[in-house]
Write a new protein. Structure first.
Length: 295
């Protein structure tokens, strides 16, 4: 058995365990490559039947349009229900406050919207496409990662995972985040996309885009980001990760197809999260967000 076959079987086993152990599971779906892989794996897990749980997108309102268009196409193609939690609604109702200034972003505001949506729709397990190789805080989490009744994560109170035994027992009010592709690498994901011929947003491939330089990163020009209009220029770039436009940087690239993207990743010495400005706010930025309920 090759590596991709093993990883696929492990992920399908985890997804089936979620279906068997929880009452109201959901897939956290951003429209990015990892959540698209997770959606495809879920389809494989239950063939010839349909995927037995819905998708949930926490919408910041600052999305890449290419991602939203493909998201809606995939919802129809895979015949799944899509729930959308709106950060704009959370702002309008006074539950979170819009950030101001040069580095303003809605990324951290997603946490409140996510936790409220989980409570409203009574989801007890949320599957996401996070992987251990992305970032050091991600590496600490178990595949079944329990959140308390406030949606918080305590890295010191995690269950052991012995072999493939996954314990989904939770108390009333608790929630479990599940990471079926936790053991995959970025390269594994791309090779699986190529093997399965999956469609992904065009922003993952090199294209001409107006950008500006901020703290050594190429930021996309948009109405959501404050910048000096005269400092913009056009560059051949692609995105290694999909997030809120206000905190997701591009990388210079000429990779226009899967083969050249994979070759580029093999030669890269920087993690894909290195292009996320929100991770650079502090040394433990990701871990602090996760403790209060982030993805």
């Amino acid at each position: 058995m090759n590596t991709l076959s093993y990883l696929e079987e492990e992920a399908i086993y985890i997804i089936r365990e979620v279906a068997g152990q929880f009452d109201r599971p959901v897939i956290l779906f951003s429209g990015g490559k990892d959540s698209i892989v997770l959606l495809h794996l879920s389809k494989k897990a239950f063939l010839p039947g349909k995927i037995p749980f819905p998708l949930l997108h926490i919408d910041t309102g600052h999305n890449f349009s290419e991602t939203i268009v493909l998201r809606d196409e995939l919802v129809k193609r895979y015949e799944v229900q899509l729930h959308i939690g709106s950060v704009q609604d959370s702002i309008d109702q006074g539950r979170v406050m819009e950030e101001k200034g040069k580095y303003a972003s809605r990324n951290s505001l997603q946490t409140t919207t996510l936790l409220e949506t989980i409570e409203q729709l009574k989801f007890d397990a949320c599957m996401g496409g996070a992987r251990r190789d992305e970032e050091k805080a991600r590496a600490k989490e178990r595949i079944f990662s329990v959140r308390d009744d406030f949606g918080q994560w305590n890295e010191k109170l995690q269950r052991p995972e012995l072999f493939d035994i996954l314990n989904g027992q939770i108390h009333a009010g608790e929630n479990v985040r599940v990471f079926p592709i936790s053991n995959w690498t970025e390269l594994d994901v791309w090779e699986y996309i190529r093997q399965e011929k999956l469609e992904i947003p065009s922003i993952y491939f090199a294209h001409q885009r107006k950008v500006f330089l901020r703290d050594g990163q190429l930021m996309p020009c948009s109405d959501f980001i404050h910048h000096d209009p005269e400092a913009t220029f056009t560059e051949s770039v692609r995105f290694r990760t999909v997030g809120d436009m206000s905190c997701t940087a591009a990388v210079p690239s000429k990779a226009i197809d899967l083969d050249t993207v994979i070759d580029e990743i093999r030669g890269s010495s920087i993690s894909e999260r290195g292009a996320r400005m929100d991770d650079k706010r502090s040394e433990g930025a990701m871990e602090e967000r996760k403790k209060v309920g982030y993805f």
